[in-house]
Design a protein around this ligand. Structure first.
Ligand code: GBH
Length: 472
């Protein structure tokens, strides 16, 4: 099989697209929504490129019918979106907001009418600011508030939504937010950052229980998963020091999540990775049992591999060290293409990651690739056509990488292109475009790119080859 052939994927393989509330909705002061940590972060000078915010974003809050029509035309079986906690329970605790729930009613009903399965992520980084003011993810109480919000949302939408993702990329919520400082709330902490990771896992476990209790109370089917951005980490050389550096990074990026979730234990090299920062002060008896309830599926977001070498601590004083300072240093990949994010494109590393995950965790649940895609230059022709051939190559080659993993025995059930639309790319603002549909930010017009047409053809050929309507 060459890379230009269509990937050989199972008949019932699910094709989808994904977005997230703060990145596409806009309408941040409408319908009773209150600020999230991202509204606050965007308003802090110097944090987001050009001072951009999600205030309008793609205006998906008002234009969702047009966006759903685009997906119907595309032929996807599912749409992965996130509900905004600051719409549904704006203060983080207290009463639910009927207007917030009503927006998601409209969205879900429109999707179902178009024959598209709604898959809901409950948390894609927009924590109510009111909870941040009381400690945010550093405190255990936030995990309890999250479980309540999950219950409210599931009681309301669970008659129409079967598959739920508790958290998107807790690595970003904890370490990028509280140690790198490139995401909200934008701090650079040590032990408190490790506490946020633990409380996010706990939030997942408590919410999983509520999602299942809600479904049981109403006699509805339910599937619960979590989405992780797992990293494929490669040592710069074969030296023992570089391999040990990768072991520490495996724990920071991957095992901190997969060991509690899939093995009911904490990583065995925490001391080696974080030294005295990992003091466990944030853990309580029984937490592991809550976190490690069986998953119905695991969501994996994948974009790029990372090459690392051993390095000294960046901060010599342990008291001032962040949880990212694990004596590693990134080394560039040579001789491969890089996207506009500066991310190296090496599709075979996605196969390696999936196969390795499958070997390491014998009880691995079915996998959904909940995000995969690329930000590209997107030249617009005089006639308005967007010739994004680099994105087509990227998605096609990563679908081949998924097919190879399936052939090697990994149970991958679906793939969601990030993203349906160009949108608010966090600290980068609007100039990094991941969409298969271009958004003109002056007019908010949607322009399907060549990749959209290519993807539509791929989905159509897959359906034709397998005798059409296999999805349900
Ligand atoms: C995903 O994250 C997000 O889920 C999505 O919202 C986003 O739009 C999309 O991908 C494209 O970026 O600060 O140096 O430690 C992507 C995976 C992993 C990318 C963590 C940023 C942090 C680099 N992210 N990474 S650093």
């Amino acid at each position: 099989m060459t890379a230009s052939d269509p990937p050989a994927l199972p008949a019932d393989f699910l094709f989808g697209t994904a977005t997230a509330s703060y990145q596409v909705e806009g309408a941040v002061t409408e319908g009773g929504r209150l600020p999230s940590i991202w509204d606050a972060y965007c308003r802090t000078p110097g944090r987001v490129a050009r001072g951009e915010t999600g205030d309008t974003a793609c205006d998906h809050y008002h234009r969702y019918p047009e966006d759903i029509a685009l997906m119907k035309e595309l032929g996807v079986g599912a749409y992965r979106f996130s509900t905004a906690w600051p719409r549904i329970r704006p203060a983080g605790d207290g009463p639910a907001n009927p207007e917030g729930l009503a927006f998601y009613d409209r969205l879900v009903d429109e999707l179902l009418a178009a024959g598209i399965e709604p898959i809901v992520t409950l948390y894609h980084w927009d924590l109510p600011q009111a909870l941040e003011d009381r400690g945010g993810w550093r405190v255990r109480a936030t995990a309890e508030r999250f479980a309540e919000y999950a219950r409210i949302t599931a009681d309301h939408l669970g008659d129409r939504v079967r598959r739920w993702i508790t958290l998107n990329e807790p690595f970003c919520s904890s370490f990028v937010g509280h140690a790198v400082g490139r995401h909200a709330p934008g701090t650079r902490e040590g032990t408190p950052a490790l506490a946020t990771a633990h409380h996010l896992l706990l939030a997942h476990g408590l919410a999983a229980r509520e999602l299942r209790a809600s479904a049981a109370a109403h006699g509805r089917p339910v599937e619960v998963g979590i989405t992780l951005n797992l990293d494929r980490l490669v040592p710069a050389t074969d030296s023992a020091a570089d391999r040990a550096a990768v072991d520490r990074a495996e724990t920071l990026h991957n095992r901190v999540w997969t060991e509690p979730l899939l093995n009911a234990c904490y990583p065995d090299n925490e001391a080696e990775t974080w030294g005295e920062l990992a003091d466990g002060s944030y853990r309580a008896e029984g937490d592991l049992a809550t976190i490690s309830q069986p998953l119905d599926f695991l969501g994996v977001n994948y974009y790029r591999p990372t090459k690392l070498r051993d390095a000294p601590h960046r901060e010599p004083d342990p008291a001032r060290r962040t949880a990212m300072d694990i004596r590693t240093e990134e080394v560039p990949f040579e001789g491969v293409r890089h996207t506009t994010m500066g991310w190296p494109v090496v599709p075979s590393t996605f196969t390696d990651l999936l196969v390795d995950l499958h070997r390491r965790y014998p009880n691995l649940p079915p996998v959904l690739v909940t995000e995969n895609g690329s930000a590209e230059e997107d030249r617009v022709d005089a006639d308005g056509r967007v010739r994004d051939t680099d994105r087509i190559d990227y998605v096609r080659d990563h679908l081949h990488a998924v097919a190879a993993a399936i052939e090697a025995g990994v149970d991958v059930r679906g793939h969601f292109v990030w993203s349906l639309l160009d949108n608010f790319e966090w600290a980068y603002g609007y100039d990094r475009r991941f969409g298969i549909v271009r958004v003109d930010y002056d007019t908010l017009e949607r322009i399907p790119k060549d990749s959209y047409h290519w993807f539509k053809e791929l989905i159509g050929r897959h359906a034709a080859r397998h005798g059409a309507a296999t999805a349900s």
